[in-house]
Design a protein around this ligand. Structure first.
Ligand SMILES: Cc1cc2nc3c(=O)[nH]c(=O)nc-3n(C[C@H](O)[C@H](O)[C@H](O)COP(=O)(O)OP(=O)(O)OC[C@H]3O[C@@H](n4cnc5c(N)ncnc54)[C@H](O)[C@@H]3O)c2cc1C
Length: 393
């Protein structure tokens, strides 16, 4: 019987295994941690966005690489929702279109349902670390010993580098580089923004409510939280990609997105002084602190200029949070190294899937969706190849 080894029990590896359930083969799923899906559960801690409900066209726009888009076309948000429903996980659409498990379903229940779906056929081998691979066998470290396991097909779904405590430590990049496989350096994505010290004031814990952050062609509305080092929140994450392309990264905040600039000018003109104008506009503490500290006196006292500052307030950033702390990483295996199904050009029968491939997307379910779509294309491709050999037409 053919043997398929999958390494990495995150959503990408679990989905690759799922696609092989009906094939006549032995499936081993290995992970270096004592349990699978640790980052999946971390994602569950802060609002568990499994995917997004938008149309395929809108969904595809959220991804930056041609490779991941073709994988999502083959296994879309609708396919993932159907799969979840099939294993007994009912989903609901949140107010912003994100897909969550139904209220009473906890993240661990989603993971357990998925594991139970796999368990009759898939052998889980935990605390087992991949240290090397060839075209026909892997070398693993287990209980302090190393050993070889031969395979017919191998899927590597080793994750990226954030939250290494969950097992995605990025150590595999050295192994790949030694084999001549191009790895694009990991970059923080969906990261908090670090601001220069003079911008921090006494603002920790304060919230910029209902603002719009923009940079280049990226723009996102919502609330942003001030921290000891800068800003966190969906609008801050959503502009990461544009900021990372700038030599001196600067973004803009619209403190009053629900009002036109002309209306802001009118209110400022009617007020007895600029400070009173800011009060009448009901700007929050953070906006007022920044405007008063960083807008020149000449602009502050000119209603048109002040209105422009309120609508297009420029903020320079010092950088992103350390990779270990961010939600996801851009970078990883270059798509020039793989086929559409994720098979490595240099290692036939060895596939990669998930966040270890160089693609990027915002939070909001798009990351897990990208991982399961890439796991699907790897698993499906192996299943089709096996099935066509076993039952030739
Ligand atoms: C705080 C936080 C919140 C998030 N929230 C969301 C969200 O709401 N929605 C969303 O879509 N995404 C979210 N994400 C991102 C999402 O969790 C990841 O994109 C996803 O888990 C990546 O899946 P993966 O299968 O590629 O890899 P991972 O889930 O990282 O799994 C990789 C696995 O490979 C194993 N492994 C690595 N190296 C080896 C080795 N050498 N030998 C054996 N095993 C190895 C690891 O132990 C790990 O289990 C969040 C992430 C974080 C950190």
């Amino acid at each position: 019987m053919k043997r398929i080894i999958i390494i990495g029990g995150g959503p990408a590896g679990l989905m690759a295994a799922t696609q092989l359930l009906k094939s006549d083969c032995e499936i081993l799923l290995l992970d270096q941690k004592a349990s699978v899906g640790r980052k999946f559960l971390v994602a569950g801690d802060g609002g568990f966005n499994l995917t997004h409900s938008e149309s395929k066209t809108e969904l595809l726009e959220k991804y930056d690489s041609v490779w991941i888009k073709q994988a999502i076309r083959k296994f879309s948000n609708k396919d993932f929702i159907q799969f979840l429903n099939r294993i007994g996980i009912e989903t609901k659409v949140g107010s912003s279109g994100k897909i969550f498990p139904e209220d009473e379903i906890k993240p661990i229940q989603v993971l357990n349902a998925w594991k139970q779906h796999l368990e009759p056929k898939v052998q889980f081998r935990l605390n087992c670390r991949l240290v090397n691979f060839s075209e026909t066998a892997i070398e693993v470290e287990e209980n302090g010993k190393t050993g070889q396991i031969p395979f017919d097909c191998l899927v590597l779904a080793l994750g990226a580098k954030s939250w290494p405590v969950t097992g995605s430590d990025g150590v595999w990049t050295t192994l790949f580089e030694e084999k001549g496989i191009q790895i694009n350096p990991f970059r923080a994505s969906n990261s908090g923004l670090e601001l220069y010290d003079n911008w921090l004031g006494d603002l920790e814990g304060k919230i910029l409510k209902n603002v719009v952050l923009s940079c280049g062609d990226q723009r996102c509305a919502g609330d942003v939280v001030c921290t000891s080092y800068g800003l966190e929140g969906k609008p801050a994450y959503a502009i990461n990609r544009a900021l990372s392309k700038m030599e001196k990264p600067v973004f803009k905040i619209d403190f009053k997105p629900q009002m036109t600039q002309q209306r802001v000018v009118e209110i400022l003109k009617k007020a007895k002084n600029p400070s009173q104008g800011l009060k009448e506009l009901k700007l929050g503490e953070v906006a007022v602190f920044w405007i008063k500290n960083f807008v020149s006196k000449a602009r502050f006292t000119d209603p048109k200029e002040l209105a422009k500052a309120i609508k297009e307030f420029a903020v320079g950033i010092k950088g992103f949070r350390p990779l270990e702390e961010v939600i996801s990483c851009a970078g990883g295996v270059a798509d020039s190294e793989i086929s559409e199904s994720g098979e490595l050009n240099r290692f036939p029968n060895v596939f990669v899937a998930g966040e270890m491939i160089d693609w990027d997307a915002p939070t909001g379910g798009y990351l897990i969706q990208g991982c399961v779509s890439s796991g699907y294309v790897a698993g499906k491709s192996i299943a089709r190849a096996f099935d066509s050999v076993q039952s030739p037409q």
